[in-house]
Design a protein around this ligand. Structure first.
Ligand SMILES: Cc1cc2nc3c(=O)[nH]c(=O)nc-3n(C[C@H](O)[C@H](O)[C@H](O)COP(=O)(O)OP(=O)(O)OC[C@H]3O[C@@H](n4cnc5c(N)ncnc54)[C@H](O)[C@@H]3O)c2cc1C
Length: 457
């Protein structure tokens, strides 16, 4: 099965011509990668500095992970808060959490730029838990990082379980005990396997459309300071002490600073003429995981919803384990016909080290079938026709956190990439932070700072 038709790209209308690089050029700043990370970086660099920017995209703007995700925006981390505290200390961990919470306001800002017809709904998302350990870990983690305000509503615990008695007092105080059927109703499932449900904030949106619209705004507002080239892959980067060169086909781009917003997967070398080698460290910092999703169009029920379902026993979603949890949203798709799109993700496949990902490669039918099996268990037997099937690449850093900041071996190189399973808000935060660096501001240390692996030092 070769399809990769994402509903977000189907919804994208664009009139902009596709322009490829056809000359040698210079720019203050070069951004490589035109997903939400690259375009957020572009937007904030244009609005917060007076520097000129060139952006090179290997294929088309917003057609990477940004056009192939779940559009289920949450302020969570891939790595449990207590592990972040253990590694970086409480002060930096809290500052990191606050930064990503603060990115909700940045999302609002970009959405305002994108226009009122950008699909965007704020919802209470319900997370269903079948195993107590997972439920407890999630409650503890949210409470430790955000306190009681991390819960949008009462946490639901089944009165047919012994879960409430097993919770520490401060967490039990957040809960209401209810019949299992109430939990099933919150999760809109026929299954009665979930004994706990946790409410949190989510925004459902089309991040590809957001990205395209923000770019259109930048091109309109700063025509003299920005140039964007598509189908223009960078294959090499050379860094000196005060400037550098990037190579794209036969053309050279001379820059003062360069930002990699490539999701972590790239086909280029980096030569550092002003410090220790960077290339090998950069490449093996990111591990690839392909996520798969399906979409179904429906006319009912009429309300939007967002949910995730922890059916398996792994404590947190572990990027290095193939055991899926399922996540689902139902949202307006075509406003004129009141049509809703149900989109569901969960299955993942892990790539080998440096294995290449192809957007149009053959996908085993069982991968998409597994989503139908989940949906039938949830909804009952019915005819569910997959109108959309798509997949995208998530790049995970070893740290379990996005890399945002300057490369320690050569500060002309900056990153806004990695940790892309939950990456919409962190990409936007990254864009704003990179602009602070580029404006000359001294940005305080953070959990997102790139650092070398111990064995590379
Ligand atoms: C299946 C799936 C579901 C997801 N669901 C969610 C979700 O619900 N919520 C959430 O927050 N996040 C989710 N994510 C993650 C989110 O989509 C990403 O974190 C986000 O889109 C990352 O944006 P990006 O700009 O870093 O990467 P991308 O959108 O992949 O952009 C990187 C761009 O760089 C370009 N590029 C790479 N190499 C070069 C080169 N050498 N030269 C020029 N250009 C290059 C690529 O072509 C690409 O367009 C999901 C991801 C996937 C795959």
């Amino acid at each position: 099965m070769k399809e990769n038709n994402s509903p977000w790209l189907a919804q994208l209308s664009r009139t902009r011509p596709e322009i490829s690089l056809r000359e040698h050029i210079t720019s203050d700043v070069l951004i490589v990668g035109g997903g939400i990370a690259g375009i957020s970086t572009l937007y904030y660099t244009l609005t917060k500095t007076n520097r000129s920017v060139v952006l090179l995209e290997a294929r088309r703007i917003a057609h990477g992970a940004t056009g192939h995700n779940a559009g289920y925006v949450v302020s969570e981390f891939e790595k449990p808060y207590k592990e972040i505290v253990a590694e970086y200390g409480k002060e930096l961990a809290d500052a990191g959490v606050a930064s990503i919470e603060g990115a909700w306001a940045l999302l609002d800002e970009l959405a305002a730029v994108a226009g009122t017809d950008l699909p965007r709904e704020t919802l209470v998302s319900w997370g269903g838990y079948r195993h107590f350990e997972q439920f407890l870990n999630k409650l503890e983690d949210t409470y430790a990082s955000l306190g009681p305000k991390g819960f949008l509503d009462k946490v639901l615990v089944s009165d047919e379980s012994l879960w409430l008695e097993a919770l520490p007092e401060h967490l039990a105080a957040l809960c209401s005990t209810v019949p299992t059927s109430v939990i099933s109703r919150a999760l809109e499932t026929r299954e009665t396997i979930y004994h706990g449900a946790i409410p949190s904030k989510t925004v459902v949106t089309n991040s590809a459309m957001l990205t395209e619209r923000v770019l259109e705004h930048c091109l309109r507002t700063y025509p003299k300071r920005v140039r964007v080239y598509e189908h223009s892959p960078v294959h090499g980067i050379e860094l000196n002490a005060t400037s550098g060169m990037a190579y794209c086909g036969e053309y050279t781009i001379v820059f003062n600073e360069i930002v990699l917003a490539t999701n972590g997967f790239e086909d280029f070398y980096i030569k550092n003429n002003a410090g220790e080698p960077i290339d090998s460290a950069f490449h093996h910092q990111v591990h690839g995981v392909v996520g798969y999703m399906t979409g179904y169009l429906t006319n009912h029920p009429p309300h939007s919803a967002a949910m995730y379902f922890y059916r398996s026993s792994s404590t947190f979603k572990d990027p290095y384990s193939a055991e899926p949890y399922f996540y689902m949203t139902r949202r307006d798709f075509k406003t004129d016909s009141h049509q809703k799109l149900i989109s569901i993700g969960g299955p993942e496949v892990h790539l080998e080290y440096r294995e290449k990902y192809y957007r149009d490669y053959d996908v085993a039918r069982e991968i998409y079938d597994s989503i139908d099996i989940f949906l039938q268990a949830k909804e009952g037997v019915g005819h569910w026709q997959q109108q959309f099937r798509w997949h995208g690449l998530m790049g995970y850093t070893e740290s379990g956190l996005r890399l945002v900041g300057r490369e320690p071996e050569n500060p002309l190189l900056l990153y806004n990439l990695g940790c892309n399973g939950i990456g919409i808000l962190t990409s936007i935060y990254g864009g704003r932070t990179i602009a602070r660096h580029l404006s000359g501001e001294t940005v305080p240390p953070s959990i997102f700072d790139p650092k070398r692996r111990q064995q590379d030092l």
